[in-house]
Design a protein around this ligand. Structure first.
Ligand SMILES: [Zn+2]
Length: 367
């Protein structure tokens, strides 16, 4: 937990030791659990890192997380600095622990479930896997009405998340005892959000057991077929023009770039036509930002918001009591959950975070 808190704040072990006025050797031994943390050091950790003392006493295990960007249509992923990756990993773990605590109060219906399908069982036919998921969820033909709702209805949990970098779009995690979690950048526009979540869904369905070298391509193929079934969109893509791509964007609620890519991969346009369309997009400045008037509404996850509301409203938790339960400061809570925090309660957390720490002095110790 000390390591997690330190990495959440992007500090090195040496930095933290220095701020606490202790040797790095002692810091290292504390992090490795070789020595008990002396009480004054625990206090120092809490105030330096901005976590209540109870945070450091939690028994949870920590999991590594991957990060996902998508490469084909948008930007290439550059290597993220290690400390950024560590920070993301730490904050995802903390958010996962919050979900775990809050889910204790409810029984989540598993819904139809997110199926697990092996690529080999489908002879590599990713499109048939996507069609199988659509069918098992009884989705009607045409565009997917709401990707977030599909995932949450199937028992997954979508968590809007500030990765602190534009380079990461999403990551997803599957643990025992928890619904599948999808962390999604809260900076995404609606079209990209839908594609990203469909891509993550593809990972969840196909890659839950063994990762492989083709998995990013497979997840993109899954997303394309899930959002734009070839059989339906195919005939609409013949001799695609930019104008037509814009119309199709409105209908399918995917980016124009995704539609052009789809037309090309389904061989409805030639490679030359695809290149020409991309040049037109570039000339019109649409490769960095597609027309505002075509914006696809961002989809709002429901589950996390309902969990928070359940505690604050039905279970009568105050903002600081909920923070105690989560071993969080109001400030961190607000940062992690602002997107889903019900409007009616925002003020409570915001004012609580102004007096950071003062509301969480009486913290229950774990046995
Ligand atoms: Zn991926």
């Amino acid at each position: 937990m000390v390591t997690l808190a330190r990495e959440a704040r992007e500090l090195t072990q040496a930095d933290l030791a220095q701020r606490l006025g202790i040797s790095q050797g002692l810091m290292s031994k504390i992090e490795n659990g070789i020595v008990q943390t002396p009480a004054p050091v625990l206090e120092g950790l809490a105030s330096t890192l901005g976590f209540p003392e109870a945070f450091f006493l939690q028994p949870d295990s920590i999991h590594g997380v991957g990060t996902d960007t998508f490469h084909q249509m948008y930007r290439r992923r550059k290597a993220l600095p290690m400390k950024t990756l560590k920070r993301i990993e730490a904050r995802v773990n903390i958010s996962r622990m919050h979900a775990d605590r809050m889910l204790k109060a409810v029984n989540i219906e598993p819904g139809h479930g997110i199926p697990r399908l092996e690529v080999d069982d489908f002879d590599g036919d990713i499109e048939r896997i996507a069609a199988t998921v659509r069918a098992s969820w009884l989705l009607p033909s045409g565009p997917v009405d709401n990707v977030v709702k599909c995932i949450e209805d199937a028992g997954g949990m979508v968590i809007p998340f500030d990765f602190g970098t534009q380079q990461v779009d999403a990551t997803s995690l599957r643990y025992r005892d928890l619904p599948p979690l999808m962390f999604q950048s809260n900076h995404l526009l609606g079209d990209r959000q839908r594609f990203t979540l469909s891509h993550e869904l593809g990972h969840m369905v196909m890659h839950s057991v063994v990762p492989n070298a083709n998995m990013e391509k497979e997840a993109d193929r899954f997303a394309a077929e899930f959002l734009m079934p070839a059989q339906e969109i195919g005939p609409q893509l013949v001799n695609l023009t930019l104008h037509r791509a814009a119309q199709l964007k409105r209908y399918w609620r995917v980016s124009m770039a995704a539609i052009i890519y789809r037309a090309s991969s389904l061989a409805k346009i030639t490679e030359n036509q695809a290149r020409y369309l991309r040049i037109q997009m570039g000339t019109a400045g649409l490769r960095t930002r597609e027309p505002v008037e075509l914006d696809v509404p961002v989809e709002r996850p429901r589950l996390q918001r309902e969990l928070i509301e359940l505690h604050l409203k039905d279970l009568g938790y105050s903002a600081s009591e909920l923070c105690m339960t989560l071993a969080s400061t109001p400030q961190d809570f607000a940062e992690l959950h602002m997107d889903t925090l019900p409007m009616a309660y925002r003020a409570g957390f915001l004012s609580a975070s102004d007096v950071r720490g003062e509301n969480v002095v009486e913290l229950p110790r774990r046995k």
